[in-house]
Design a protein around this ligand. Structure first.
Ligand SMILES: Cc1cc2nc3c(=O)[nH]c(=O)nc-3n(C[C@H](O)[C@H](O)[C@H](O)COP(=O)(O)OP(=O)(O)OC[C@H]3O[C@@H](n4cnc5c(N)ncnc54)[C@H](O)[C@@H]3O)c2cc1C
Length: 340
């Protein structure tokens, strides 16, 4: 029986693959990708499958699942002023890394607790939530460059990080992330809490700090209430997270009452608000696929859905929002073998 991507994605969707390889070491990873490249075969690098929408027809080519491991830390002698340089293999769980960081008093990733998937994918879309983004703490990213056929290290400034964006996303498939190095201050207090909802949950003024362990717990609580922490028994979490990015538009295009945040090139507004106010409430959909009953921004598989169903729903929502507000939403997850 061929391996099916439905067994490797958080949406539980996606058809069969021709060849499925699990890479447990960096050498195996480079070897598997290079072999497929040399044969001119399509090759998909798979992490935790939490940001992927794969066609029902599956993937004609090789899927390389990353299962590398390892974390090394270079911690300054004087904890009062030194930071930690921490290098983590692409195959490590992101959420487990956040827990380790809080445990070892490394500051700056505590608000990113509960995000599924593996370390290697985090720089690709500059993963972010609750006022933090990995670009704020990443020092460098080590990759296998499939075009130059060599290992390269990009310093933070060369990663082209933006909102849910990076040079790796801009050049899809070219760079296989092998490891990520973070520079993290040490301490018990987390980074300043800039996100209003999180500040309220912690009972601090926006911009003030709170113990990192408390920030992590508060974020996990907020995320669970929105179905944004994976839970096999809860169909609201059978998703790829937020399906649409928050659009950045000219200030005069923002509908009255919609929340806004400052952003480069305009203002960022809430995709969830636009969806809800265009007539797509929580739970909108049918028995196959629907919006999460806890959060309008997550498109979910209710158990019997297909990728075809999910894309139909996504188009209906995108087009409905555009008709109502003239703003075209863009998908956040990576689409494989299919399009919106
Ligand atoms: C319930 C839920 C909540 C979520 N919440 C958030 C959130 O708050 N913020 C946020 O930013 N995202 C969120 N996401 C999206 C997702 O978890 C992140 O984008 C995550 O970083 C994806 O990691 P992954 O290992 O699952 O990647 P995959 O889904 O396996 O892959 C995603 C893309 O990255 C590529 N890729 C994966 N690993 C590598 C690698 N080592 N080298 C090169 N390319 C690679 C893949 O080829 C693919 O193109 C959420 C998802 C879910 C299901």
């Amino acid at each position: 029986m061929p391996e099916r991507l439905a067994d490797h994605t958080t949406l539980r969707l996606g058809g069969p693959v021709d060849r499925f390889v699990t890479a447990r070491t960096e050498e195996e990873l480079v070897e598997a990708v290079s072999t497929a490249d040399a044969a001119g075969e399509p090759c998909l690098v798979l992490g935790g499958g939490s940001n992927l929408v794969v066609a029902d027809e599956g993937f004609r080519g090789t899927v390389v699942r990353i299962a590398t491991s390892g974390l090394s830390a270079d911690v300054g002698d004087d904890p009062s002023c030194g930071g930690a340089m921490v290098t983590v293999a692409a195959g490590e769980s992101w959420d487990a890394f956040v827990a380790t960081a809080v445990d070892r008093r490394w500051v700056g990733v505590e608000a990113l607790a509960g995000i599924p998937g593996l370390m290697g994918a985090t720089p690709i879309q500059n993963v972010g939530a609750y006022g933090q983004e990995v670009s704020q703490t990443i020092a460098s990213v080590r990759v296998w460059d499939r075009t130059l056929r060599g290992i390269r290290t990009f310093a933070n400034a060369d990663c082209g990080f933006g909102y849910r964006h990076s040079r790796f996303k801009a050049d899809p498939g070219r760079h296989v992330v092998l490891s990520v190095t973070f520079q993290l201050p040490q301490g018990d207090l987390g980074a300043p809490v800039t996100y209003a909802e999180l500040a309220r949950a912690l009972g601090v003024e926006p911009g003030r700090r709170a113990p990192a362990a408390d920030v992590r717990e508060a974020v996990l609580g907020l995320r669970r209430a929105k179905g944004m922490v994976l839970d096999t028994g809860d169909h609201d979490t059978w998703s790829a997270g937020s399906f649409f990015t928050n659009p950045v538009v000219a200030a005069e295009l923002v509908p009255e009452g919609a929340p806004t945040w400052p952003a480069e090139g305009g203002v960022k507004t809430s995709a969830a608000w636009l969806i809800e106010h265009s007539g797509f409430g929580k739970g909108y959909g049918d028995d196959g696929v629907g919006l999460s009953t806890k959060h309008t921004l997550a498109l979910t598989n209710r158990g019997t859905g297909t990728t075809g169903d999910l894309l139909r729903l996504a188009r209906e929502i995108r087009d409905g929002v555009e008709a109502a507000y003239g703003i075209r939403l863009v998908n956040e997850p990576v689409l494989v073998g299919c399009s919106l």
